[in-house]
Design a protein around this ligand. Sequence first.
Ligand code: NAI
Length: 400
Amino acid sequence: MLNGEKKIARPLRWAMIGGGRLSQVGYKHRTGALRDNTAFQLVAGAFDIDPERGRDFGVNIGVKEDRCYSDYKTMFTEEKKREDGIEVVSIATPNGTHYEICKAALEADLHVICEKPLFFTSDEVLEIKKLAEEKGKIVGVTYGFSGNQMLLQMRAMIEKGDIGEIRMVELQYTHGFNATDEADKYSAAQKWRVDPKIAGSSFVLGDLSTHTYYMSQLIMPNMKISKLLCDRQSFIESRAPLEDNAYVLMHYENGAVGRLWTSSVNAGCMDGHRIRIVGSKASLEWWDSKPGELSYEIQGQPAQTLIRAMPYLDESCNADERLGALHVEGLSDSWANIYLKFAIAIDAKNRGDQEALDYLVYPDINAGLEGVRWIENCVRSADQGSTWVDFEYEQKTQLV
Ligand code: NAI
Protein backbone atom coordinates (compact mmCIF):
# COMPACT_ATOMS: atom_id res chain seq x y z
CA MET A 1 0.00 0.00 0.00
CA LEU A 2 1.19 3.51 -0.79
CA ASN A 3 1.20 6.23 1.90
CA GLY A 4 3.23 9.02 0.27
CA GLU A 5 6.57 8.13 1.86
CA LYS A 6 9.50 8.64 -0.46
CA LYS A 7 10.39 5.96 -3.02
CA ILE A 8 13.34 7.89 -4.42
CA ALA A 9 16.04 9.89 -2.62
CA ARG A 10 14.55 13.32 -3.40
CA PRO A 11 11.78 14.71 -5.59
CA LEU A 12 12.61 15.33 -9.24
CA ARG A 13 12.68 18.89 -10.56
CA TRP A 14 9.83 18.81 -13.05
CA ALA A 15 8.44 21.12 -15.76
CA MET A 16 5.41 21.03 -18.02
CA ILE A 17 4.99 22.05 -21.64
CA GLY A 18 1.35 22.77 -22.42
CA GLY A 19 -1.24 21.76 -19.87
CA GLY A 20 -2.14 25.42 -19.20
CA ARG A 21 -5.34 27.16 -18.17
CA LEU A 22 -7.55 26.01 -21.05
CA SER A 23 -6.03 22.55 -21.52
CA GLN A 24 -8.07 19.42 -20.99
CA VAL A 25 -5.33 17.18 -19.67
CA GLY A 26 -2.91 19.43 -17.78
CA TYR A 27 -4.52 19.13 -14.36
CA LYS A 28 -4.55 15.33 -14.62
CA HIS A 29 -0.76 15.42 -14.99
CA ARG A 30 -0.42 17.63 -11.93
CA THR A 31 -2.82 15.60 -9.79
CA GLY A 32 -0.74 12.56 -10.69
CA ALA A 33 2.76 13.98 -10.35
CA LEU A 34 2.12 16.07 -7.25
CA ARG A 35 0.05 13.57 -5.29
CA ASP A 36 3.07 12.73 -3.17
CA ASN A 37 5.48 15.64 -2.78
CA THR A 38 8.20 13.03 -2.53
CA ALA A 39 8.18 12.23 -6.27
CA PHE A 40 8.03 15.46 -8.31
CA GLN A 41 8.23 19.21 -7.69
CA LEU A 42 6.79 21.53 -10.35
CA VAL A 43 9.49 24.20 -10.70
CA ALA A 44 9.11 25.50 -14.26
CA GLY A 45 6.90 25.47 -17.33
CA ALA A 46 6.01 26.71 -20.79
CA PHE A 47 2.36 26.11 -20.08
CA ASP A 48 0.64 27.68 -23.03
CA ILE A 49 0.98 28.60 -26.68
CA ASP A 50 0.02 32.10 -25.47
CA PRO A 51 3.05 33.20 -23.39
CA GLU A 52 1.20 35.77 -21.26
CA ARG A 53 -1.61 33.40 -20.36
CA GLY A 54 0.96 30.69 -19.68
CA ARG A 55 2.94 32.95 -17.33
CA ASP A 56 -0.15 34.11 -15.49
CA PHE A 57 -1.31 30.51 -15.10
CA GLY A 58 2.09 29.28 -13.92
CA VAL A 59 2.35 31.99 -11.25
CA ASN A 60 -1.20 31.17 -10.17
CA ILE A 61 -0.33 27.55 -9.50
CA GLY A 62 2.81 28.48 -7.58
CA VAL A 63 5.65 28.45 -10.14
CA LYS A 64 8.14 31.34 -9.78
CA GLU A 65 7.55 34.00 -12.43
CA ASP A 66 11.10 33.85 -13.82
CA ARG A 67 10.65 30.13 -14.45
CA CYS A 68 7.36 30.50 -16.38
CA TYR A 69 8.78 30.62 -19.91
CA SER A 70 7.35 31.93 -23.15
CA ASP A 71 8.27 28.75 -25.04
CA TYR A 72 9.91 25.38 -24.47
CA LYS A 73 13.14 26.19 -26.34
CA THR A 74 13.84 29.17 -24.06
CA MET A 75 13.00 27.00 -21.06
CA PHE A 76 15.50 24.30 -22.05
CA THR A 77 18.25 26.89 -22.65
CA GLU A 78 17.66 28.88 -19.45
CA GLU A 79 17.13 25.88 -17.17
CA LYS A 80 20.38 24.28 -18.39
CA LYS A 81 22.28 27.28 -17.01
CA ARG A 82 20.93 26.72 -13.48
CA GLU A 83 22.42 24.39 -10.89
CA ASP A 84 18.88 23.56 -9.80
CA GLY A 85 17.59 23.28 -13.39
CA ILE A 86 14.80 20.93 -14.43
CA GLU A 87 15.51 17.19 -14.78
CA VAL A 88 12.30 15.96 -16.39
CA VAL A 89 9.61 17.50 -18.54
CA SER A 90 6.03 16.48 -19.34
CA ILE A 91 4.64 17.21 -22.79
CA ALA A 92 0.89 17.88 -22.73
CA THR A 93 0.50 19.64 -26.07
CA PRO A 94 -1.47 18.56 -29.18
CA ASN A 95 -0.22 15.40 -30.94
CA GLY A 96 1.59 17.03 -33.86
CA THR A 97 4.07 18.78 -31.54
CA HIS A 98 5.13 15.73 -29.47
CA TYR A 99 7.97 14.52 -31.71
CA GLU A 100 9.83 17.82 -32.05
CA ILE A 101 9.44 18.74 -28.35
CA CYS A 102 10.47 15.26 -27.19
CA LYS A 103 13.56 15.33 -29.40
CA ALA A 104 14.55 18.79 -28.15
CA ALA A 105 14.05 17.70 -24.53
CA LEU A 106 16.28 14.64 -24.91
CA GLU A 107 18.89 16.76 -26.67
CA ALA A 108 18.74 19.06 -23.63
CA ASP A 109 19.51 16.00 -21.45
CA LEU A 110 16.06 15.76 -19.90
CA HIS A 111 13.91 12.76 -19.08
CA VAL A 112 10.54 12.95 -20.88
CA ILE A 113 6.96 12.09 -20.02
CA CYS A 114 4.80 12.52 -23.10
CA GLU A 115 1.15 12.37 -23.99
CA LYS A 116 -0.32 9.75 -26.28
CA PRO A 117 -0.43 9.04 -29.15
CA LEU A 118 3.31 9.42 -28.78
CA PHE A 119 4.18 10.48 -32.38
CA PHE A 120 2.77 10.16 -35.89
CA THR A 121 4.90 7.23 -37.15
CA SER A 122 6.69 4.26 -35.64
CA ASP A 123 9.86 5.37 -37.48
CA GLU A 124 9.80 8.56 -35.41
CA VAL A 125 9.42 6.52 -32.22
CA LEU A 126 12.31 4.24 -33.18
CA GLU A 127 14.51 7.29 -33.83
CA ILE A 128 13.61 8.84 -30.46
CA LYS A 129 14.06 5.49 -28.70
CA LYS A 130 17.61 5.37 -30.02
CA LEU A 131 18.25 8.95 -28.93
CA ALA A 132 16.86 8.24 -25.44
CA GLU A 133 19.14 5.20 -25.14
CA GLU A 134 22.16 7.26 -26.20
CA LYS A 135 21.27 9.94 -23.68
CA GLY A 136 20.45 7.46 -20.89
CA LYS A 137 16.97 8.93 -20.44
CA ILE A 138 13.46 7.60 -19.83
CA VAL A 139 10.55 8.37 -22.13
CA GLY A 140 7.26 7.58 -20.39
CA VAL A 141 3.81 7.77 -21.98
CA THR A 142 0.74 8.92 -20.04
CA TYR A 143 -1.79 6.19 -20.65
CA GLY A 144 -3.57 7.72 -17.67
CA PHE A 145 -6.17 5.03 -17.06
CA SER A 146 -3.61 2.24 -16.96
CA GLY A 147 -2.47 2.94 -13.38
CA ASN A 148 -5.64 1.37 -11.99
CA GLN A 149 -4.54 -1.51 -9.81
CA MET A 150 -7.44 -3.79 -10.80
CA LEU A 151 -5.75 -4.12 -14.20
CA LEU A 152 -2.76 -5.62 -12.40
CA GLN A 153 -5.19 -8.00 -10.67
CA MET A 154 -6.42 -9.10 -14.11
CA ARG A 155 -2.82 -9.53 -15.25
CA ALA A 156 -1.97 -11.67 -12.19
CA MET A 157 -5.07 -13.87 -12.53
CA ILE A 158 -4.46 -14.47 -16.23
CA GLU A 159 -0.80 -15.28 -15.53
CA LYS A 160 -1.86 -17.81 -12.83
CA GLY A 161 -4.25 -19.47 -15.29
CA ASP A 162 -7.42 -18.56 -13.35
CA ILE A 163 -9.45 -18.09 -16.52
CA GLY A 164 -7.70 -20.79 -18.60
CA GLU A 165 -6.61 -20.18 -22.20
CA ILE A 166 -7.68 -16.79 -23.52
CA ARG A 167 -10.21 -17.15 -26.33
CA MET A 168 -11.94 -13.81 -26.77
CA VAL A 169 -10.94 -10.22 -26.06
CA GLU A 170 -13.63 -7.51 -25.96
CA LEU A 171 -12.43 -3.91 -25.79
CA GLN A 172 -14.40 -0.69 -25.84
CA TYR A 173 -13.62 2.96 -25.31
CA THR A 174 -16.46 5.14 -26.45
CA HIS A 175 -18.27 8.33 -25.55
CA GLY A 176 -20.92 10.49 -27.17
CA PHE A 177 -19.53 14.00 -26.75
CA ASN A 178 -19.03 14.44 -30.51
CA ALA A 179 -22.41 13.07 -31.57
CA THR A 180 -23.01 16.49 -33.17
CA ASP A 181 -20.49 18.85 -34.77
CA GLU A 182 -21.08 21.52 -32.10
CA ALA A 183 -17.72 21.07 -30.36
CA ASP A 184 -15.87 21.04 -33.71
CA LYS A 185 -16.92 24.69 -34.04
CA TYR A 186 -16.20 26.15 -30.59
CA SER A 187 -13.65 23.90 -28.86
CA ALA A 188 -9.97 24.42 -29.70
CA ALA A 189 -9.22 20.94 -28.32
CA GLN A 190 -11.80 19.34 -30.63
CA LYS A 191 -10.77 21.38 -33.68
CA TRP A 192 -7.20 20.07 -33.69
CA ARG A 193 -8.38 16.50 -33.01
CA VAL A 194 -10.02 16.36 -36.46
CA ASP A 195 -7.20 18.12 -38.29
CA PRO A 196 -4.80 15.49 -39.74
CA LYS A 197 -1.90 17.95 -39.69
CA ILE A 198 -2.15 18.17 -35.87
CA ALA A 199 -3.94 14.97 -34.82
CA GLY A 200 -2.15 12.59 -37.21
CA SER A 201 -3.74 9.87 -39.32
CA SER A 202 -6.63 9.13 -36.94
CA PHE A 203 -9.08 10.73 -34.52
CA VAL A 204 -10.68 8.23 -32.10
CA LEU A 205 -8.29 5.36 -32.93
CA GLY A 206 -5.43 7.51 -31.62
CA ASP A 207 -7.28 9.67 -29.13
CA LEU A 208 -9.18 6.89 -27.38
CA SER A 209 -8.26 3.36 -28.40
CA THR A 210 -4.50 3.69 -27.85
CA HIS A 211 -5.36 3.74 -24.12
CA THR A 212 -7.45 0.59 -24.33
CA TYR A 213 -4.97 -1.21 -26.55
CA TYR A 214 -2.16 -0.48 -24.06
CA MET A 215 -4.34 -1.62 -21.15
CA SER A 216 -5.05 -4.88 -22.97
CA GLN A 217 -1.31 -5.39 -23.47
CA LEU A 218 -0.68 -4.62 -19.81
CA ILE A 219 -3.25 -7.23 -18.78
CA MET A 220 -2.14 -9.83 -21.36
CA PRO A 221 1.57 -9.18 -22.06
CA ASN A 222 1.95 -12.46 -23.94
CA MET A 223 -0.91 -11.90 -26.37
CA LYS A 224 0.30 -10.54 -29.69
CA ILE A 225 -2.00 -9.58 -32.56
CA SER A 226 -1.25 -11.44 -35.79
CA LYS A 227 -3.78 -9.67 -38.06
CA LEU A 228 -6.55 -7.16 -37.83
CA LEU A 229 -9.36 -5.62 -39.84
CA CYS A 230 -10.42 -2.04 -39.19
CA ASP A 231 -13.57 -0.32 -40.42
CA ARG A 232 -13.62 3.41 -39.71
CA GLN A 233 -16.09 6.13 -40.59
CA SER A 234 -16.94 9.77 -39.90
CA PHE A 235 -20.61 10.23 -39.08
CA ILE A 236 -19.93 13.97 -39.05
CA GLU A 237 -18.70 14.32 -42.63
CA SER A 238 -16.50 17.35 -42.01
CA ARG A 239 -14.23 15.12 -39.88
CA ALA A 240 -13.25 12.97 -42.87
CA PRO A 241 -10.73 11.55 -43.56
CA LEU A 242 -10.42 11.15 -39.79
CA GLU A 243 -12.90 8.82 -38.10
CA ASP A 244 -15.28 9.48 -35.24
CA ASN A 245 -16.14 5.78 -34.98
CA ALA A 246 -14.22 2.56 -35.67
CA TYR A 247 -14.55 -1.17 -35.24
CA VAL A 248 -11.48 -3.40 -35.21
CA LEU A 249 -11.44 -7.20 -35.41
CA MET A 250 -8.29 -8.90 -34.16
CA HIS A 251 -6.70 -12.33 -34.51
CA TYR A 252 -4.05 -13.19 -31.94
CA GLU A 253 -1.05 -15.45 -32.48
CA ASN A 254 -2.38 -18.02 -29.97
CA GLY A 255 -5.66 -18.43 -31.91
CA ALA A 256 -7.70 -16.07 -29.75
CA VAL A 257 -9.94 -13.49 -31.41
CA GLY A 258 -10.96 -10.01 -30.34
CA ARG A 259 -12.82 -6.89 -31.24
CA LEU A 260 -12.47 -3.26 -30.24
CA TRP A 261 -15.03 -0.50 -30.61
CA THR A 262 -13.95 3.09 -30.28
CA SER A 263 -16.22 6.05 -30.83
CA SER A 264 -16.91 9.64 -29.91
CA VAL A 265 -20.43 9.47 -31.37
CA ASN A 266 -21.83 6.81 -29.02
CA ALA A 267 -24.64 9.17 -28.00
CA GLY A 268 -25.47 9.09 -24.32
CA CYS A 269 -22.63 6.74 -23.36
CA MET A 270 -20.90 7.77 -20.14
CA ASP A 271 -19.09 4.54 -19.31
CA GLY A 272 -15.84 4.86 -21.20
CA HIS A 273 -13.68 1.75 -21.08
CA ARG A 274 -14.86 -1.82 -21.00
CA ILE A 275 -12.39 -4.69 -21.02
CA ARG A 276 -13.68 -8.27 -21.03
CA ILE A 277 -11.30 -11.21 -21.35
CA VAL A 278 -12.94 -14.58 -21.94
CA GLY A 279 -10.92 -17.69 -21.18
CA SER A 280 -11.66 -21.40 -21.49
CA LYS A 281 -12.68 -21.59 -17.79
CA ALA A 282 -13.85 -18.13 -16.79
CA SER A 283 -14.11 -14.46 -17.76
CA LEU A 284 -12.87 -11.21 -16.27
CA GLU A 285 -14.55 -7.88 -16.92
CA TRP A 286 -13.66 -4.31 -15.86
CA TRP A 287 -15.41 -1.02 -16.55
CA ASP A 288 -13.74 2.26 -15.73
CA SER A 289 -17.06 3.64 -14.47
CA LYS A 290 -16.62 1.18 -11.57
CA PRO A 291 -12.84 1.22 -11.32
CA GLY A 292 -12.66 -0.54 -7.97
CA GLU A 293 -14.57 -3.63 -9.11
CA LEU A 294 -13.63 -6.62 -11.19
CA SER A 295 -16.17 -9.14 -12.36
CA TYR A 296 -14.93 -12.76 -12.19
CA GLU A 297 -17.29 -15.27 -13.77
CA ILE A 298 -16.36 -18.94 -13.57
CA GLN A 299 -18.40 -21.14 -15.90
CA GLY A 300 -21.01 -23.05 -13.86
CA GLN A 301 -20.58 -21.01 -10.68
CA PRO A 302 -22.24 -17.87 -9.30
CA ALA A 303 -20.53 -14.70 -10.59
CA GLN A 304 -18.17 -12.91 -8.19
CA THR A 305 -17.29 -9.25 -7.86
CA LEU A 306 -13.74 -8.70 -6.62
CA ILE A 307 -13.41 -5.43 -4.71
CA ARG A 308 -10.40 -3.12 -4.53
CA ALA A 309 -8.09 -3.18 -1.47
CA MET A 310 -9.24 -6.56 -0.17
CA PRO A 311 -6.63 -9.02 1.13
CA TYR A 312 -7.72 -11.72 -1.34
CA LEU A 313 -6.30 -9.67 -4.22
CA ASP A 314 -2.84 -10.21 -5.68
CA GLU A 315 0.14 -8.53 -4.00
CA SER A 316 0.95 -6.60 -7.21
CA CYS A 317 -2.57 -5.11 -7.17
CA ASN A 318 -2.58 -4.12 -3.50
CA ALA A 319 0.92 -2.63 -3.77
CA ASP A 320 -0.66 0.24 -5.76
CA GLU A 321 -3.48 0.75 -3.25
CA ARG A 322 -3.66 4.23 -1.68
CA LEU A 323 -6.78 4.76 0.42
CA GLY A 324 -7.71 1.32 1.72
CA ALA A 325 -10.99 -0.59 1.59
CA LEU A 326 -14.32 1.23 1.87
CA HIS A 327 -12.91 4.48 0.45
CA VAL A 328 -13.38 5.37 -3.19
CA GLU A 329 -10.41 5.66 -5.57
CA GLY A 330 -10.48 6.64 -9.22
CA LEU A 331 -8.76 8.23 -12.17
CA SER A 332 -6.59 10.68 -10.16
CA ASP A 333 -5.13 7.74 -8.26
CA SER A 334 -4.45 5.94 -11.53
CA TRP A 335 -2.48 8.98 -12.73
CA ALA A 336 -0.64 9.16 -9.39
CA ASN A 337 0.36 5.50 -9.70
CA ILE A 338 1.70 6.05 -13.20
CA TYR A 339 3.63 9.19 -12.25
CA LEU A 340 5.14 7.44 -9.22
CA LYS A 341 6.39 4.70 -11.53
CA PHE A 342 7.84 7.31 -13.91
CA ALA A 343 9.75 8.78 -10.94
CA ILE A 344 11.02 5.36 -9.88
CA ALA A 345 12.05 4.60 -13.49
CA ILE A 346 13.91 7.92 -13.85
CA ASP A 347 15.68 7.39 -10.53
CA ALA A 348 16.68 3.83 -11.52
CA LYS A 349 17.93 5.06 -14.91
CA ASN A 350 19.99 7.80 -13.22
CA ARG A 351 21.55 5.21 -10.91
CA GLY A 352 22.14 2.72 -13.75
CA ASP A 353 19.93 0.16 -11.98
CA GLN A 354 18.82 -1.93 -14.97
CA GLU A 355 17.44 -4.71 -12.74
CA ALA A 356 14.98 -2.30 -11.09
CA LEU A 357 13.93 -1.06 -14.54
CA ASP A 358 13.41 -4.60 -15.82
CA TYR A 359 10.97 -5.35 -12.97
CA LEU A 360 9.01 -2.12 -13.22
CA VAL A 361 5.70 -2.34 -15.09
CA TYR A 362 4.87 1.11 -16.52
CA PRO A 363 4.10 2.69 -19.91
CA ASP A 364 7.57 3.28 -21.34
CA ILE A 365 8.62 4.21 -24.88
CA ASN A 366 7.88 0.66 -26.07
CA ALA A 367 4.28 1.16 -24.95
CA GLY A 368 4.29 4.40 -26.94
CA LEU A 369 5.69 2.55 -29.95
CA GLU A 370 3.00 -0.14 -29.71
CA GLY A 371 0.31 2.55 -29.62
CA VAL A 372 1.64 4.19 -32.77
CA ARG A 373 1.90 0.79 -34.51
CA TRP A 374 -1.68 0.04 -33.50
CA ILE A 375 -2.86 3.23 -35.23
CA GLU A 376 -0.70 2.54 -38.31
CA ASN A 377 -2.09 -0.97 -38.72
CA CYS A 378 -5.71 0.08 -38.16
CA VAL A 379 -5.44 2.97 -40.62
CA ARG A 380 -3.70 0.76 -43.22
CA SER A 381 -6.48 -1.83 -43.00
CA ALA A 382 -9.28 0.76 -43.09
CA ASP A 383 -7.76 2.65 -46.01
CA GLN A 384 -7.40 -0.55 -48.05
CA GLY A 385 -11.18 -0.96 -47.86
CA SER A 386 -11.30 -2.67 -44.43
CA THR A 387 -9.31 -5.73 -45.39
CA TRP A 388 -7.45 -8.11 -43.08
CA VAL A 389 -3.82 -7.03 -42.77
CA ASP A 390 -0.90 -8.69 -41.03
CA PHE A 391 -0.09 -6.74 -37.88
CA GLU A 392 3.23 -5.18 -38.82
CA TYR A 393 5.66 -4.48 -36.03
CA GLU A 394 8.17 -2.58 -38.19
CA GLN A 395 6.92 -0.44 -41.02
CA LYS A 396 7.03 2.88 -42.75
CA THR A 397 3.74 4.72 -43.17
CA GLN A 398 2.54 7.90 -44.74
CA LEU A 399 0.17 10.27 -43.06
CA VAL A 400 -3.06 11.20 -44.79
P1 NAI B 1 -5.91 21.08 -25.43
O1 NAI B 1 -6.08 21.64 -26.79
O2 NAI B 1 -7.03 21.13 -24.46
O3 NAI B 1 -4.66 21.77 -24.70
C1 NAI B 1 -3.42 21.92 -25.33
C2 NAI B 1 -2.56 22.85 -24.48
O4 NAI B 1 -1.26 22.90 -25.04
C3 NAI B 1 -3.07 24.28 -24.40
O5 NAI B 1 -2.89 24.74 -23.08
C4 NAI B 1 -2.14 25.03 -25.39
O6 NAI B 1 -2.02 26.39 -25.09
C5 NAI B 1 -0.86 24.28 -25.17
N1 NAI B 1 0.12 24.33 -26.25
C6 NAI B 1 -0.04 24.03 -27.56
N2 NAI B 1 1.12 24.13 -28.22
C7 NAI B 1 2.06 24.51 -27.30
C8 NAI B 1 3.45 24.78 -27.36
N3 NAI B 1 4.14 24.68 -28.50
N4 NAI B 1 4.08 25.15 -26.21
C9 NAI B 1 3.40 25.25 -25.04
N5 NAI B 1 2.08 24.98 -24.94
C10 NAI B 1 1.42 24.64 -26.06
O7 NAI B 1 -5.41 19.60 -25.64
P2 NAI B 1 -5.62 18.37 -24.64
O8 NAI B 1 -6.95 17.78 -24.82
O9 NAI B 1 -5.20 18.74 -23.28
O10 NAI B 1 -4.58 17.33 -25.29
C11 NAI B 1 -3.17 17.51 -25.19
C12 NAI B 1 -2.51 16.16 -25.39
O11 NAI B 1 -2.93 15.29 -24.34
C13 NAI B 1 -2.89 15.45 -26.68
O12 NAI B 1 -1.80 14.75 -27.18
C14 NAI B 1 -3.99 14.47 -26.27
O13 NAI B 1 -4.04 13.32 -27.09
C15 NAI B 1 -3.55 14.13 -24.87
N6 NAI B 1 -4.63 13.76 -23.95
C16 NAI B 1 -4.43 12.69 -23.15
C17 NAI B 1 -5.34 12.31 -22.21
C18 NAI B 1 -5.02 11.16 -21.31
O14 NAI B 1 -5.90 10.66 -20.62
N7 NAI B 1 -3.77 10.72 -21.26
C19 NAI B 1 -6.61 13.02 -22.06
C20 NAI B 1 -6.73 14.18 -22.93
C21 NAI B 1 -5.76 14.52 -23.84
